[in-house]
Design a protein around this ligand. Structure first.
Ligand code: NZQ
Ligand code: ZN
Length: 396
């Protein structure tokens, strides 16, 4: 039975040009007196963003400790470094300047400061955290939605395990979103982000059971706008409206809104499969999703051909012929055409990875948490089905 849900989205959103100048006031409002300023490689420094944020923090009398170096698919080792540094320095607030990787790393450090013991235990579901030191974000890429989600996804280099942890404790206190900060993104990252945004709604949309009409309409509108924005940005990377729409969609696509009232929380198999690809091959998350989605969709669509057909009509503008199976097949091919149009991969080879049979077996066993879980909702996937989907993506 659908139409029964909890929607919890406590993050204060401050959206628009120059909003990063408010970072200091926001940290203060949310109780921070000494922040760990956490960031990635060089993009935030190169653009002058870090300097502007430090000035904003200093203007509010907030002490700053810096830790850069977060890489995409953020690593546990830097999380450990951050926890030790933050404890030594008496940090009481984590300010993430970057995308999903930086925000997720900040959340992991927050768990590590707040709780005793090894933080990875929480990602392995061995223990439950009791809280998280507060995190705020200045977003520089529209993609993962971590700025409003309950998730943190970390890669443990020991075994190349990429694992997510979901709790409301880690939801950002605030998210500063200035769309102009995303103008400097390489096209591959912009488009990879657009795919990730779409997938967070698509995976909530494809449910085995019933769905809520209002949520379906909102999801379809979001997907159409993200596609239009990505197309605009392909030829004009500094189009403010397109950047703004993409950035707001990033948050709304993963804060729960586009899944409210459905019979289940969705079918997250493509994400769970991609996490194994990211853990083993260190690929950009959204590009990885684009590369596996077609193989997943072709494998499962007959279970909900009506829904795939509706998706084709409402989101992709395809005609309804009355033959759900044929319409569903067209919908899948049409979405894959869109991925190609925005230069995203639709196979492992296009993604640039060539897993061996042994590597596919390893990804499969890791995806099932070593035999402890199945994936999916439209179709429940065990080891055999997961391996078939990985193999299909590898052989195309
Ligand atoms: O490190 P820098 O130099 O900043 O470069 C980054 C990075 O190389 C660059 N970048 C970011 N903003 C930029 C910029 N370059 C130029 N100008 C800017 N304004 O972009 C690259 C990718 O950054 P990253 O943070 O990795 O991107 P994204 O936001 O896609 O995050 C991906 C991570 O989030 C996880 C993914 O698995 C992956 O690890 N996810 C997190 C989720 C969550 N917490 O809710 C949900 C997602 O499904 C996802 O799993
Ligand atoms: Zn994602």
């Amino acid at each position: 039975m659908g139409s029964s849900f909890t929607y919890y989205a406590p993050t204060e959103v401050v959206f628009g040009q120059d909003t990063e100048t408010k970072a200091g006031a926001l940290v203060k409002k949310w109780g921070g007196t000494k922040v760990l300023l956490h960031y990635g490689g060089e993009s935030a420094r190169r653009s002058g963003l870090l300097t502007r944020i430090k000035a904003s923090l200093e203007a509010e009398g907030i002490a700053v400790v810096e830790l850069g170096g977060v890489v995409p698919n953020p690593r546990l080792s830097l999380v450990h470094t951050g926890i030790a540094l933050a404890r030594r320095e008496g940090v009481d607030f984590l300010l993430a300047v970057g995308g999903g990787s930086v925000i997720d790393s900040a959340k992991a450090i927050g768990y590590g400061i707040y709780n005793e013991g090894e933080v990875w235990d929480f990602y392995e579901q061995k223990r439950k955290p009791q809280g998280c030191t507060p995190v705020g974000a200045v977003l520089t890429i529209a993609a993962a939605g971590s700025e409003m989600s309950s998730s943190s996804v970390i890669t443990n280099e020991d075994g190349n395990l990429k694992r997510g942890l979901n709790t409301d404790y880690s939801r950002c206190k605030f998210a500063v979103m200035n769309p102009t900060l995303t103008y400097t993104l390489p096209p591959y990252q912009t488009m990879s982000g657009a795919v990730d945004i779409m997938m967070h709604t698509i995976e909530r949309y494809f449910v085995a059971g019933s769905s809520m009409a209002l949520t379906d309409e909102m999801a379809e509108a979001l997907l159409r706008v993200v596609m239009a924005s990505a197309r605009t940005l392909k030829s004009k990377s500094d189009d403010y409206e397109a950047r703004a729409n993409l950035m707001w969609a990033s948050s709304l696509s993963h804060n729960g809104l586009t899944g409210c009232g459905h019979a289940s929380r969705g079918d997250w198999a493509p994400h769970q499969l991609e996490h194994e690809m990211g853990g083993m091959f260190d690929v950009a998350h959204g590009a990885g999703l684009a590369a596996i989605w077609g193989s997943w969709a072709r494998f499962v669509y007959k279970e909900r051909a009506d829904r795939f057909a509706r998706f084709g009509h409402r989101v992709l503008g395809l005609p309804v012929t009355g033959d759900d199976l044929a319409d569903a097949e067209r919908a899948i091919e049409s979405l894959l055409d869109f991925f190609r149009e925005i230069d995203m991969p639709t196979t492992f080879a296009e993604l640039g990875i060539h897993p061996t049979a042994e590597e596919i077996s390893e990804m499969t066993v890791k995806a099932t948490y070593f035999g402890k879980r199945t994936l999916g909702d439209v179709m429940v996937l065990g080891s055999e089905e997961i391996k078939a989907i990985f193999t299909d993506a590898a052989q195309r």
